[in-house]
Each structure stands twice: as structure tokens, then as C-alpha cells.
Design a binder for this molecule. Structure first.
Ligand code: GDP
Length: 529
């Protein structure tokens, strides 16, 4: 198959949702369609069910699962589908944000009864900022939920999207009869005594046809006709161009658990979702069909086997082909590296591959060369943009708990930070080290992993800070900046890259600082122009 065709057949995407909306269930049903798994229950749910108590085994188990489900790939109707896993738990939101730099589109799952929830809002905001094409799947139609139009309004308002339904429910909950597929112009009946997985598709070009009454009954037929008229009147026609430009978001309804509405979603998805999109590097934009390989690290995972200290770095291929045993330039280190056993992912397994194409993810064994955001090329000095660090919200001093183990402790901290587990700051005033995390659970993960993987012990001490902001002065030599640095000395630190960070101890002090020193810009992500 030609290089161009290989690119065209790839769909690399992520499924995002608030925990419990049905992401795992939907993923599993998609894999079933691809024939990648034989039965339900094969995809492990990688969410942390328990609260943030010290259940370290649980954390370990979760890490194991998330290696296995980091990338799930399968073939469906000649398309190579790569699903990148995005943890739903809010303490791991940063992981998800970074994974979103490697997807070409997303499917957002929303629970019909709960509507738009907090995590969905945050994740969709990131997608919108990056202009990632979004399809919305409203799930659990077999349950009583919100009115479809109200829900569409909610999605528009809370998520700032511009939706157009491509399917529409006929009834809901107990009265759920099925779905009218606006995109394919047919009706999918949800029927049978058990209301389980019994699917019948009836072509229905014209819903005005009296046959509709015989199929779904008089009352439902009238409601559906009215609903569709309203849909036509209120929502714009679906435009693939607008969807690809992230200006319009198609919506599907269904029930992942009952495998209902999932095929329709998948069939439409493979038709409209983008193949690998161009990606901006600091130097230029890179297009998938360029001959030379380029890619970047978006995730690093420690090996689960304590005997092998190596890690797996996940690379998204942006352009060209990635070949086994071919030397590539690690741009940050200015070093050529060869990989004898790159892993590709298929269903829930990984295997060694000789060649991978744009859109694919390869897992490379790493003994500490990589960190998140690193770029690999065939020689070009290229730096991919868009892997920001987010402003952490939990802070603690980190101390060495065993004076004999200082070296492994610092090595461990260094490597965990490269993996993106948390961020390390060094106070300007006294050089003390502070760990900042997006979620509180990370402190336990760090402590546990330092002990089990590096044989080091750490202790924490509270450090009452509200938020860390990256400092970007208009002019390093102006008096305002000098004054800011002098007055706020106690609250200034450097991040691992040496960027200056302001640690605000409260919302109030943050606002006051912004007012007092307007020429000192404070940013909530490490990436700014
Ligand atoms: P995730 O946290 O988003 O991955 O959610 P899961 O896929 O684990 O689903 C959360 C719960 O909702 C599970 O108990 C599922 O069985 C259930 N669920 C998922 N889809 C549906 C659906 O279509 N209908 C109903 N009634 N329950 C569902």
C-alpha cells in the first residue's frame, strides 16, 4: 500500500468524558466492532474507584492497566483506528491534556441524565483551544434523562460548542424506542423483551411516510416528526469542513452498554474524522506526508517490572515512517538513537514492528533519555510545540527521608518529573525543593514509586500555596519587574527548565499582584508566546 494510502486510512483519536459517563464501555464496543476483542469485559476500566486513601496496590494496579490500555488499535472497514487512552480521574487530568496533543480528533461522551459535567468542561475547553474536531456521543438513552433539546442547549452553552444532531432519540428511558439516524436517514429500533442489544435498521428517507406509525406507533411518530422539524429549523446542516475546522460538532445519541447507536457513530466517524493532521513545530508546520520521519513524546510510562528499570516512551508519528533500527535524532540531546524493538499497539496487546506510519503511536524502550515533549527527527532541528505544563494546585516541600539515599532520591525525582507525574520547583530564596501537582493523589504515587523503584524515601511538609504561575515580564530590566522580584522574593521559584514561577499564596494575593505589577504577565500554563 502506498505511503499516502497508509496515512489516509489512519484515525487517531481520544475518547474524553467525566468519569462514569461510559468511556470504557464505548471503547469496548468500538473494539468489538473492529473484531479486536471477542467479548465484553476485555477492556479494563482504568479509573481509580477508591478515594485518595493510601491504597498503593490500587495505584500500582492502575498503572499496569494504563500501560495496557494506553493505545488500543484495530482495523474497521479498512481504516486503522488508534484510540489513545485518557484517564478520567481529575488527579490525572494533566496526563489527559498531554494525550490530547497527540490525537487528531476526539469523541466526547456525555451521560444523558447528568448532562455536561466538570471534567468534560475542562477537557473540551482544551480541545477547543487546539481546534481539535469533536464528535459528541450522548450515552445511556436507555435511562431516563434530560430532554434532548435541553441537553443540546446545555452542550452548546457549557462547552461553547456549535452542535448539530446527526441522530435523534425516539423516546427515552422506559419509552426509549430507538434512534432516527439523520446522517444515514434510517431508524434503528431498540426493542425486544429484555431491551438488550436487539437491533433492527429500517431505511426511512421520508419520515412523513405513514409507515412511520406502524413502526413506532402514532404518538412517537408525531413527536419524532415535530422534533425533526425543530432540528431542521434550529440547527445548521452538517458540514464536514466546519467539523474539521472545529467550528461545528455533530452529536449522536445511543446506549454504549446496549451497543446501541455505536455502529452509527463509528461508521460516521471513519468517514468524517480526520486522518493525521499537520502539526506545528516552533520552526514550521509539518505535514503527515513529508518523506522524513518526525515525531514527539507525549507520554512516558515506567516499566511495571521492577527488575527492568526501563521506561516506555510513547511517540506520536507526525510525518514519514518510523523504522526499526534506523538512527533518529533526539533533538534536545543532539544525539542519534536507534531502536531495536519499537512496540506497536494492537487491541490490548503490544508487539514489535518494523515500520509505523503517521498517526501511529510507537512505544520505545528508554533508560532515561526521554522526557515529555521531546522531538525525534531524521536530522532536522525541530521542536514540537504544545505540550504545556499546567499550573499545579497542590504543593509540598519534599525532603530526603534517608540521608544515605540522596542520590537515588534525586535521580528518582528527576525521572518522575520527566514522566510528567508532577512538577518540581526550586525556591529562589533558599534552594528548597517543592513538588507541585494537579491532583493530591500524585503525592502518594511519588512517595510509593520513589521507594519501590528507586529505593529512596521522601517526606513532605506542607507549603501553603494557592497556585503557581509562570512569570513573563515585558522587559526584564524595567523597574516594575525589579520591584516585583524584590517584594515577592519569598514567593519566587524556578521550574525544571529554569523558568521563573510565582507562587501565589491566595487568590487575593494573586489578584493584587496582577494589579500592582501589570507589566509582569502571569500565565497558568508554561507555554506562552
Ligand atoms: P467511564 O468511567 O466513563 O469509563 O464509564 P464506564 O464505561 O465504566 O461506565 C460507567 C457505568 O455506566 C458502568 O456501570 C456502565 O455499565 C454504565 N453504562 C455505560 N453505558 C451505559 C448505557 O448506555 N446505559 C446504562 N444504563 N448504563 C451504562
Amino acid at each position: 500500500m502506498s505511503f499516502e494510502k497508509e496515512i489516509q486510512k489512519r484515525r487517531t483519536f481520544g475518547i474524553i468524558s467525566h468519569p462514569d459517563a461510559g468511556k470504557t464501555t464505548l471503547t469496548e464496543k468500538l473494539l468489538l466492532f473492529g473484531g479486536a476483542i471477542q467479548e465484553a469485559g476485555a477492556v479494563k476500566n482504568n479509573k481509580i474507584k477508591k478515594s485518595a486513601t493510601s491504597d498503593f496496590m490500587e495505584i500500582e494496579r492502575q498503572r499496569g492497566i494504563s500501560v495496557a490500555t494506553s493505545v488500543l488499535a484495530f482495523i474497521y472497514k479498512d481504516k486503522k483506528i488508534n484510540i489513545l487512552d485518557t484517564p478520567g480521574h481529575k488527579d490525572f487530568a494533566e496526563d489527559t491534556f498531554r494525550t490530547l496533543t497527540a490525537v487528531d480528533s476526539v469523541i466526547v461522551v456525555i451521560d444523558v441524565a447528568k448532562g455536561v459535567e466538570e471534567q468534560t468542561e475542562k477537557l473540551v475547553e482544551v480541545c477547543r483551544m487546539r481546534k481539535i474536531p469533536i464528535i459528541v456521543f450522548i450515552n445511556k438513552l436507555d435511562r431516563e434523562g434530560k430532554d434532548a433539546f435541553d441537553l443540546l442547549d446545555e452542550v452548546e452553552q457549557k462547552l461553547g460548542l456549535s452542535v448539530t444532531p446527526l441522530s435523534f432519540p425516539i423516546g427515552m428511558g422506559y419509552d426509549f424506542k430507538g434512534i432516527y439516524n439523520i446522517y444515514e436517514k434510517n431508524i434503528n429500533l431498540f426493542s425486544g423483551d429484555s431491551k438488550k442489544n436487539i437491533e433492527e435498521t429500517i431505511a426511512f428517507d421520508d419520515v412523513q411516510s405513514p409507515e412511520l406509525e406502524t413502526v413506532i406507533g402514532e404518538k412517537a411518530a408525531t413527536t419524532l416528526r415535530d422534533d425533526l422539524e425543530l432540528v431542521n429549523g434550529v440547527y445548521p446542516k452538517f458540514s464536514k469542513e466546519k467539523y474539521l475546522a472545529s467550528e461545528q460538532q455533530p452529536v449522536f445519541f445511543g446506549s454504549a452498554l446496549n451497543n446501541f447507536g455505536v455502529r452509527e457513530l463509528l461508521d460516521c466517524f471513519i468517514e468524517i474524522a480526520p486522518s493525521p493532521r499537520p502539526k506545528r513545530a516552533e520552526e514550521r508546520e509539518v505535514v503527515a506526508n513529508e518523506k522524513d520521519f518526525t515525531g514527539f513524546v507525549f507520554k512516558i510510562h515506567a516499566n511495571m517490572d521492577p527488575k527492568h528499570r526501563d521506561r516506555l516512551a510513547f511517540i506520536k508519528i507526525v510525518s514519514g515512517t518510523f523504522e526499526r533500527n534506523k538512527p533518529y535524532l533526539h533533538v534536545r540531546n543532539n544525539k542519534k538513537l536507534k531502536f531495536s524493538s519499537p512496540n506497536a499497539f494492537f487491541a490490548e496487546k503490544k508487539e514489535i514492528v518494523d515500520i509505523s506510519y503517521p498517526g501511529d503511536i510507537v512505544g520505545l524502550h528508554d533508560t532515561g533519555h526521554f522526557k515529555i515533549g521531546d522531538t525525534l527527527t531524521e536530522g532536522e532541528e525541530l521542536h514540537y510545540k504544545g505540550i504545556p505544563s499546567f499550573s499545579p494546585e497542590h504543593f509540598r516541600y519534599i525532603n530526603n527521608g534517608d540521608p544515605m539515599k540522596a542520590k537515588p532520591l534525586y535521580k528518582g525525582i528527576d525521572q518522575l518529573m520527566d514522566e510528567g507525574v508532577a512538577q518540581l520547583f526550586t525556591l529562589e530564596l533558599n534552594g528548597r525543593k517543592i513538588i507541585g501537582t494537579v491532583g493530591a493523589l500524585q503525592f502518594e504515587v511519588i512517595q510509593y514509586r520513589l521507594e519501590h523503584e528507586y529505593g529512596a524515601k521522601c517526606t513532605y511538609e506542607n507549603f501553603p500555596v494557592f497556585k503557581a504561575c509562570w512569570v513573563d515580564p515585558d522587559d526584564k530590566n524595567n523597574d516594575e519587574f525589579k520591584e516585583f522580584k524584590r517584594v515577592k522574593q519569598k514567593f519566587l521559584a524556578k521550574d525544571k527548565q529554569g523558568q521563573l514561577v510565582f507562587l501565589a499564596d491566595s487568590q487575593f494575593s494573586l489578584q493584587m499582584t496582577q494589579q500592582k505589577y501589570p507589566s509582569v504577565k502571569l500565565h497558568f500554563t508554561s507555554e506562552f508566546e
